[in-house]
Ligand binder design. Structure first.
Ligand code: SF4
Length: 326
């Protein structure tokens, strides 16, 4: 008897790597004004090359321009333009660009089938350590985003980052906060359980989260969160087959967007889909593609997005699971 685990065939566009925060574990950012932004022409060339390959999700992932910066409007406009371009070329955008103002979120809702923001951890103590130079990591700001996403009926992905100095109690508080907000609005489709993983360009000199503890962290999350929230783990950070299967047994059911490059953890390439399926199928799991919006939320999208999603849903229903290289 096979059980299903899902993933989203995805590609990431990065409008800019510049970020005004300096999280100590970051392997993504460059200093403000030190990066040429991705132009719409460059993005179009990349997206055109992806057409017909079964990739449905375009993840728009960006470093953050300060909320009071004069360049903030241009930054948001570029993000919106990339989403519109992705839709015009037949893809489904999912944007994750840090905390947004309410009006910014409303604007991006019109051009996204879902959006995301990691809560990471709600413990304020981290603002004195790994987040001492990262004002947008204030827990209340991130929880406010989850509330607004619910109010605006935006299907949403959030998650925990494990191993950045939090306690077990902090993790419980974070799960509880997410559960409470979801109970109010019913909009959180996935929670990512992400182990902090040491990279080559970060400031923080600390070992990664002990991966052997991941299955128990997932089991705790599964008990703490409502059943209609799917738990997601990134397979490139859970690199050992036995561990990956143990995480599924503990309650994870999704492997997230599998892209050519994990921009947040560039030192950890994603596994090949067929190799991944080979590992999974020997243990009774089948890997299926999914869309970046779950079916129960499609009615929240505007008619243009709904019709694009329907086209993809029809195409996906014809697909069988990923075939292993046997
Ligand atoms: S982790 Fe995100 S918010 Fe923090 S510095 Fe890196 S890009 Fe910026």
């Amino acid at each position: 008897m096979y059980r299903n685990v899902k993933y989203s065939p995805a590609y990431t566009l990065v409008p800019t790597y510049e970020c005004f925060n300096r999280c100590e574990y970051c392997n993504f950012r460059v200093d403000p004004s030190q990066d040429a932004w991705l132009t719409l022409e460059q993005a179009e060339a990349r997206l055109q090359a992806l057409r017909g390959q079964g990739i449905c999700e375009i993840l728009i992932l960006s470093g953050e321009v300060h909320p009071e910066s004069k360049r903030r409007d241009a930054w948001l406009e570029r993000i919106e333009g990339l989403c519109e371009l992705a839709i015009a070329l037949g893809f489904l955008p999912h944007t994750n660009v840090g905390p947004l103002k309410y009006e910014e979120m409303l604007r991006l809702k019109a051009v996204n089938v879902s959006m995301g923001l990691m809560v990471e951890q709600v413990s304020p103590e981290l603002m004195q350590t790994v987040h001492r130079h990262a004002p947008s990591k204030r827990p209340e700001l991130r929880l406010q985003q989850l509330e607004w996403a619910g109010e605006l009926q935006i299907p949403f992905t959030t998650g925990l980052l494990l191993g950045i100095g939090e306690t077990e109690g902090d993790r419980r508080d974070t799960l509880e906060a997410i559960a409470q907000i979801h109970q109010r609005w019913g909009h959180i489709q996935e929670v990512i359980i992400q182990p902090y993983s040491l990279g080559n360009s970060q400031i923080l000199n600390a070992p990664g989260f002990p991966l052997e503890q991941l299955p128990s962290a997932i089991a705790i999350a599964r008990r703490a969160l409502p059943d209609d929230i799917t738990l997601q783990i990134p397979p490139n950070l859970v690199r050992y087959p036995d561990l990956l299967v143990a995480c599924l047994e503990a309650g994870a059911r999704d492997l997230g967007g599998i892209c050519p490059r994990d921009e947040v953890n560039p030192d950890y390439p994603h596994p090949h889909l067929q190799a991944l399926q080979e590992v999974l199928s020997t243990c009774g799991w089948y890997l299926y593609p999914r869309l970046p919006v779950y079916p129960q939320y499609e009615g929240w999208l505007n008619p243009a997005l709904q019709s694009r999603v329907q086209q993809w849903r029809n195409a996906l229903s014809l697909l069988s699971p990923v075939q292993p290289n046997l």
